[in-house]
Write a protein that binds this ligand. Structure first.
Ligand code: UD1
Length: 363
């Protein structure tokens, strides 16, 4: 069986890494499975893409479609055109997509229209918020997926409610967590650790990049002001996504304890998270990683497609109203943050389960 693995944007790379590891392991047992790794080029900066390939030892992609930048539709269209050409030149038995980025949806559509079945890893999760491009990507992808690999039983339930038959749903766990667990003992101090005098549990990490939080200039400034006021003077490390970095530069935001950095490598970023007092974020994937590492996580969003990080893990959704920051940070600083547990099957073996399933489907 020959599989196309699609990776396009930063949060895809750690998910695909675990699947590639599992394919190599299966091949070493003479299982009939081979792959072509396709980078759509959605993320193209060195520190948004290449550094992940290097640090996680992901093989060089067989193809890069170079489809980064542009509006949602321009980017989606460029990926579709590139992938369609590739598939027409050389077909494959299955297209495997991960997550919810534009590359995920674009390649699923192309594959399915060329009668190539689609497998979706991280299927069935829903925020219910149609203003998020990721939610549209999830809905469209799952509407045309043949094999659904899920992180939780709840994701499977959502799929069943939408009419997916139970025998197409495979609860496998979380491939992003496979990669976290595999590399946990390799996490690296970022180069500025000593320079800023950082100490375990004595700083906070911030990541914000969702349009709802960063695209209105005033909103971002008010959120950051509120975090600063409630930070007890602790260092705040803010590795900024290119979108956020542009806005921060325009706003000229500057505080003594706010350290804005370039996006960090995987090993440096997770070192910072693992040792932080807490993370303040609007990411989805980071709430899964903080849950597994037991780090308090304050999420500046009104909804989440990953409710288990709240019901089981260390995450709490506080919304995007800046007034919610003070009570949350007070709870954190008074030591009253919940402890949290780890969702079932987030055990480092999800990629293996995906690949074992694919191998048995190919027979
Ligand atoms: C994408 C994903 C989001 C994920 C995020 C993580 C979609 C719909 N969204 O959002 O789910 O959480 O990645 O990073 O797919 N840019 C650069 N250099 C890069 C990449 C992007 O400068 O390497 C710029 C783009 O030109 C664009 C902006 O950042 O102006 C946004 O990039 P885009 O890929 O459209 O979406 P993200 O916001 O990164």
């Amino acid at each position: 069986m020959k599989i196309d693995l699609i990776a396009g944007a930063r949060p895809n790379f750690m998910k695909i890494a675990s699947i590639i590891d599992a394919i190599h392991a299966a091949r070493s047992e003479n299982k009939d499975i081979e792959y072509r790794l396709i980078h759509t080029g959605q993320h193209y900066d060195k520190n948004m893409s290449e550094s992940f390939f290097t640090q996680l030892a992901i093989p060089h992609p067989h193809v890069n479609l170079g489809a980064g930048g542009g509006t949602q539709s321009e980017q989606t269209a460029a990926i579709m055109i590139g992938y369609e050409k590739l598939l027409m030149d050389e077909k494959t038995d299955l297209c495997l997509v991960v997550g919810d980025v534009n590359s995920t949806m674009a390649c699923s559509i192309v594959a399915q229209k060329l009668h190539v079945p689609v497998a979706h890893v991280e299927a069935g999760i829903r925020s219910g918020d149609w203003k998020m491009p990721e939610e549209i990507n999830r809905l469209v992808t799952d509407a045309i997926t043949n094999f659904f690999f899920t992180t939780t039983p709840e994701a499977g339930d959502k799929l069943k409610k939408s009419g997916v038959s139970e025998d197409k749903i495979y609860w496998v766990g979380n491939t992003m967590i496979d990669t976290l667990l595999k590399h946990r003992n390799r996490f690296q101090q970022p180069p500025f650790w000593a320079e800023l005098g950082l100490q375990k549990n004595e700083y906070l990490v911030i990541t914000l990049h969702r349009p709802a939080n960063v695209d209105e200039d005033d909103k971002l400034k008010v959120l950051i002001d509120e975090i600063i006021v409630n930070s007890h003077g602790l260092p705040l490390i803010f590795p900024a996504h290119p979108r956020t970095a542009k806005i921060l530069a325009k706003l000229g935001i500057s505080y003594e304890n706010l350290h804005i950095t370039e996006p960090l490598g995987y090993l440096e970023f997770n070192y910072l998270v693992e040792n932080a007092k807490a993370v303040i974020t609007d990411s989805g994937g980071i709430t899964e990683e903080t849950t597994v590492m037991g780090v308090p996580c304050i999420t500046l969003r009104d909804n989440t497609e990953r409710p288990e990080t709240v019901t089981i893990g260390t995450n709490e959704l506080i919304g995007t109203d800046p007034r919610a920051i003070q009570p949350a940070m007070e709870r954190l600083f008074s030591g009253k943050w919940k402890k949290g547990g780890i969702p079932e099957l987030w055990d480092g073996k999800a990629g293996q389960r995906v690949v074992n399933t694919l191998v048995s489907l190919g027979k």
